[in-house]
Write a protein that binds this ligand. Sequence first.
Ligand SMILES: Cc1ncc(COP(=O)(O)O)c(C=O)c1O
Length: 380
Amino acid sequence: MGNRFFETEILHGKNKSNRKIVSKVTPIYQTSAFVFKDLDELEGFYQGNGQYLYSRTGNPNTDELGEAVARLEGAPAGVAASSGLSAILAGVLAVVKNGDHIVAADDVYGGSFHMLKEELSQFGIETSFVSFNNLDDVEKEIKENTKLLYTESITNPLLRVENLEGVVQLARKHQLNTIVDNTFATPYHCRPYPMGIDLVVHSATKYIGGHSDVTAGVLTGRADLIDRARNKIVNLGANVSPFEAWLTCRGLKTLALRMKAQSTNAKKLAEALQQNRFVEKVYYPFQKEEEGYGAMVTIELAKAVDMNQFFRSLSWIKIAPTLAGVETTVSHPLTTSHRALPPEANEALGITKEVVRISVGIEHAEDIISQFEQAIEKSL
Ligand SMILES: Cc1ncc(COP(=O)(O)O)c(C=O)c1O
């Protein structure tokens, strides 16, 4: 202890550190700030010497997450945020300001819809929602002050695959920025940035993390816009914690394995449910890849099915208001993800009481299929 008092020793005693340690994975920098030995070193930070200052403004784990997803998206830059919604907010605020107008797809995730419609409108940012099925209809909504087209590569929950080439063309014609939420497709299936989309956003809570144990978001895309979005994240305090960023980076390592297994299972399940006479509709992008395009399957059950009994009969497949974990789960969009939409909007989109969204996991496909078949049988 030397000549220090106990209280001081607790804080400043030196442990035997082994400077030769080179860990295989990035350690967790679970610290709110970084220290400097003198004012020259501190000044070095402001001159961009690559050091860190304060974890809200930057941390090695959160930076690693932004960079890793950007690399997979084929984008020059990326930044992590505390959730998918905060990544969306940062991306939107990087391109619009008070007085600007956004044209968004009418079938975006309910939380994004709510943020654009109810929250951003209070700050003078107006959004028109329109079906992106026909881009002529989208073009009709473009006004003098329109700055942004906002959509999803595969929509939630009806799994419409966006015509991204068309969106890029339209945006270029009118000199608009574009943001695409790539949460459902992931860069395993779709990479909007190389196609010309300016910003690509993820709820990393979903497939990027992949294990239902983090809430995080990532925004990737044009370096100038990412710089602006990073400032928004710093100034609004929307940073992700080092531990959650580290967990998300760990999950990301198996993205290809998970997506391949889950998408293959999803396609098999979608095909099997198409054969079931108590399934009125199966929403799945069959037209895309051979092995399956995405791991989400949405079904509309027949009116003869007792919905509550159906969910109860699913046994090890649980209701979860999220998606993309390794376990198969189900959700009821009308009462969860799309609760924020007005009833008439849900009805127009086809999100009825009978619609069930299935997040297909990595279990054996035959077990997943038989769970759904027996649950339907028991609920008639
Ligand atoms: C497509 C999509 N985008 C964004 C979000 C929001 O993500 P988070 O819950 O991480 O804020 C969700 C959440 O379900 C989503 O499904």
